[in-house]
Ligand binder design. Structure first.
Ligand code: ZN
Ligand code: FE
Length: 254
């Protein structure tokens, strides 16, 4: 099982530090800035072997050059964004496997937030690094993709097991929860989760990782094809893409 440390960065970003204990390989996911990564590595006396990137946005790649220069770490990210990620060593896409010590990550293309966005799934550790595609109780904004693309991406991730731990790119959960209860005021699992999220945040605790099974029951963006959600939005039997688009548009102006 991977050791996974959560490194907060900027206002609400999360950078993840991964260590594979059998081989002592170390990787970082989406280092938007190098400083917290350098501090964490120094404190542990670890090198850095690999940098995994979900997408090209500055708050996810800003620390790459510094870390690569310092450690010679291999930079792995979306092949589709090779022309806009500086320092990319290995471009990957749907179905590619990224060996990491005794484990390996499976790559899913999850376009929608950006046209090259990918997610990394480590089946050996039931850990999903979902970047800005799937958030706890939310999903990323559609900067470069259509609702159909994002819905397809979310369905891919929804297909992973319930015990998958979702490590997402931002701590947006409290505001996502405030929105989610407006979509599904009758969802008891959601109401319970929203209360838990408020309690966690008031103590400064991260709400990640979340369990995918709980996301399936409470995240409105994964539930556009669920009859209760469609009914709550006055769209019974509608095309899930249209329902998803409606939920996303409501959140954009929430
Ligand atoms: Zn982003
Ligand atoms: Fe981001």
């Amino acid at each position: 099982m991977l050791d996974i440390a959560i490194l907060p960065a900027f206002n609400d970003n999360y950078i993840y530090l991964l260590r594979e204990p059998e081989t002592s390989k170390v990787a970082v996911v989406d280092p938007g800035t190098a400083d917290p990564v350098l501090t964490a590595l120094e404190a542990r006396g670890w090198p850095l072997d690999m940098i995994l990137l979900t997408h090209h946005h500055a708050d996810h790649v800003g620390g790459v050059d510094t870390l690569k220069e310092r450690f010679g770490a291999e930079v792995v990210g979306p092949a589709a964004d090779a022309n806009r990620i500086s320092g990319l060593d290995r471009g990957v896409g749907e179905g590619d496997e990224v060996p990491f010590g005794a484990e390996s990550a499976l790559v899913y293309e999850t376009h929608g937030h950006t046209r090259g966005h990918i997610a990394f799934w480590f089946p050996g550790s039931t850990a999903l690094f979902s970047g800005d595609t799937l958030f706890a109780l939310g999903c990323g904004r559609l900067f470069e993709g259509t609702p159909a693309e994002m819905w397809a991406s979310l369905q891919k991730l929804r297909g992973l097991p319930d015990d998958a731990r979702v490590y997402c790119g931002h701590e947006y959960t409290e505001s996502n929860a405030r929105f989610a209860v407006t979509v599904e005021p009758e969802n008891e699992a959601l109401a319970e989760r929203a209360a838990q999220v408020r309690a966690d945040r008031s103590q400064g605790r991260p709400t990640v990782p979340s369990l995918l099974g709980l996301e399936k029951r409470t995240n409105p963006f994964l539930r556009a094809d669920v009859p209760e959600v469609q009914a709550a939005l006055g769209k019974p039997g509608a095309d899930p893409v249209a329902v998803f688009a409606d939920i996303r548009a409501r959140k954009d102006s929430f």
